[in-house]
Design a protein around this ligand. Sequence first.
Ligand code: 3PG
Length: 214
Amino acid sequence: MIKVSEIVRIGPVIPVLAFDSVEEGEAVCRALYEGGVKVLEITLRTAAGLGVIERASKIADDIVVGVGTLTKPSEVEASRRAGAQFGVSPGLTRELHQAAADAGLPMLPGCMTPSDLIQAISFGYEIVKFFPAQQAGGVAMLNAFYGPFPNLRFCPTGGITPETAPNFLALPNVVCVGGSWMTPKAAVAAKDWAEVTRLARASSKLGHHAAKAA
Ligand code: 3PG
């Protein structure tokens, strides 16, 4: 079982993905992989989610596919069976944490407030998702968290752009970022996979501070 501390070292950006169909999802994941993206998060926001996880997991031996937008404990085991190697949630409950622990699914739980962080630490997490990052205070908020929570590491996600990603990645407590900018709706609708690959390649080259991973 891969650890979250290893997952966040794979690349500077984890794409956050939602697809209208399994075929579309597989094509996009192939295009991202071709651009050097080897870790990705496929959300359960659409009915295609589990099917895409299954297909994307088979693209290559070194691709690491996670399931995103986990909100219900019942989604955990189904995602693991589909091939998800890690889970990402927008928030954290004891039930979700327990379901992930029972299924052996490494989790990147969503946190937004100091109370969320204290709960995550009490459950044993050392790396969490900060969501929604830009809307909840962005770089300034993460800087403020560093004082009381110096050992916690973050993957901020939500509202991050290729222009702002370097500011997040430069922080001492940020190990990678998440975002959807590598899969613009227009490019996906036009099946412009070369554009997805181009955006993926650019994101893979962003400075990565993996040494900060807990
Ligand atoms: C999300 O969960 O929606 C992710 O944080 C992606 O956010 P973005 O679309 O603003 O990059």
